[in-house]
Design a binder for this molecule. Structure first.
Ligand SMILES: [Zn+2]
Length: 268
C-alpha cells in the first residue's frame, strides 16, 4: 500500500463569504448548537465564530510536509458554488507557491455535467498553473453517471471523487483513484465530533479493509481549513494519522506517480 495525501481548498479568506453566500450564518448556527450541546467549550466556540482573516492553511501544511519530506496534492476551485466562494484568480499565488515547493495541484471541480463549463475550469487552471497534465476532484464529490467520460474527454489525467475503499479503475484514458479516508465522512458530525478515539478507531477500520482487499493506494482527503487550532481534534487526528503511516514505512506518493505506475502495470 502506498499513501496519497490530498487537500480540497474550499476557502481562502473569510471575506469572500461576506454578503456573498450563507456560509457565515451556517458557521454561527452550527457552532452555537455545538456549544449548547456541550460539543464545544466557550473558548473554542469564540475561535470558530471569529470569521475574519485567512482560512486556508497551506503554509502550515507546507511546513509540516517539509519536516516530514512528504509531497501532497491540493485541489483548487476554478468556479464558485456551494460555499466555495473565492474568485479563481485568487488561487494563482497559492498554486505557484505549491508548485515551487514541489507539491502537486489540481482542479476542485464545480462543473460535473456540462462539458462547456468543465472546459472553462480546465483552461483556467491550465493557464494559472502552467501545467499540461493534472487531475480533478469535484467539490462535495459531485458526479453524474457520465462525469468520468466528460473529464476523460477534457483530458484530465485522473479523478479522485469516489469515497470508497475500492481499486482504481480506468475510464478510457483517465484513471479514477478513489478516496479511502476523508475527514468529513469518517465520523458522524465531523466538525463537532470531539472523540479522538472514534476518529482513530474508524481510521484503523478503513486501513484494515484496505489491507484486506490489497489496495494499492490509500488516498486521504483532509480539508486544509481543519489544520488549525479551531479544530484541535481533527488536526490532532491528522497528525496522528501521518505519524502512524510513517511509522509503518508506507511510501507517500502523488496521484501523478500512481497514474504512471498504473499505466505501466496495465501494459504489463
Ligand atoms: Zn470542496
Amino acid at each position: 500500500m502506498k499513501i496519497i495525501l490530498s487537500h480540497d481548498i474550499d476557502h481562502i479568506h473569510w471575506k469572500e463569504h461576506y454578503f456573498n453566500d450563507l456560509y457565515l450564518p451556517g458557521v454561527i448556527y452550527r457552532n452555537t448548537k455545538g456549544l449548547l450541546k456541550k460539543n464545544l467549550n466557550f473558548k473554542n466556540y469564540t475561535k470558530r465564530t471569529n470569521c475574519t482573516g485567512r482560512m486556508h492553511r497551506i503554509p502550515e501544511l507546507i511546513r509540516l510536509y517539509d519536516q516530514n519530506k512528504i509531497k501532497a496534492s491540493f485541489f483548487f476551485g476554478m468556479n464558485r458554488a456551494l460555499h466555495l466562494s473565492y474568485k479563481y484568480q485568487k488561487t494563482r499565488p497559492l498554486i505557484q507557491d505549491l508548485i515551487q515547493n514541489n507539491h502537486k495541484v489540481g482542479v476542485h471541480g464545480i462543473a460535473y455535467k456540462d462539458a462547456k463549463y468543465i472546459e472553462i475550469e480546465y483552461n483556467r487552471f491550465k493557464e494559472i498553473s502552467g501545467l499540461d497534465f493534472f487531475g480533478i476532484r469535484t467539490h462535495y464529490l459531485r458526479l453524474s453517471g457520465y462525469s468520468h467520460h466528460l473529464f476523460d474527454e477534457q483530458g484530465y489525467l485522473f479523478d479522485s471523487s469516489f469515497d470508497n475503499i475500492m481499486h482504481p479503475f480506468k475510464v478510457n484514458n483517465m484513471w479514477e483513484i478513489p478516496i479511502s479516508i476523508m475527514d468529513a465522512s469518517l465520523v458522524e458530525n465531523s466538525q463537532l465530533n470531539q472523540d479522538l478515539n472514534i476518529w482513530k478507531e474508524n481510521t484503523l477500520k478503513r486501513l484494515k479493509k484496505a489491507k484486506e482487499i490489497n489496495l494499492s493506494y490509500i488516498v486521504i482527503n483532509f480539508h486544509d481549513i481543519y489544520f488549525s487550532d479551531k479544530f484541535p481534534i481533527i488536526k490532532e487526528w491528522f497528525l496522528w494519522l501521518v505519524e502512524l503511516l510513517q511509522s509503518k514505512d508506507y511510501e507517500f506518493i502523488t496521484f501523478e506517480q500512481a497514474v504512471s505506475e498504473l499505466n505501466k502495470k496495465e501494459k504489463g
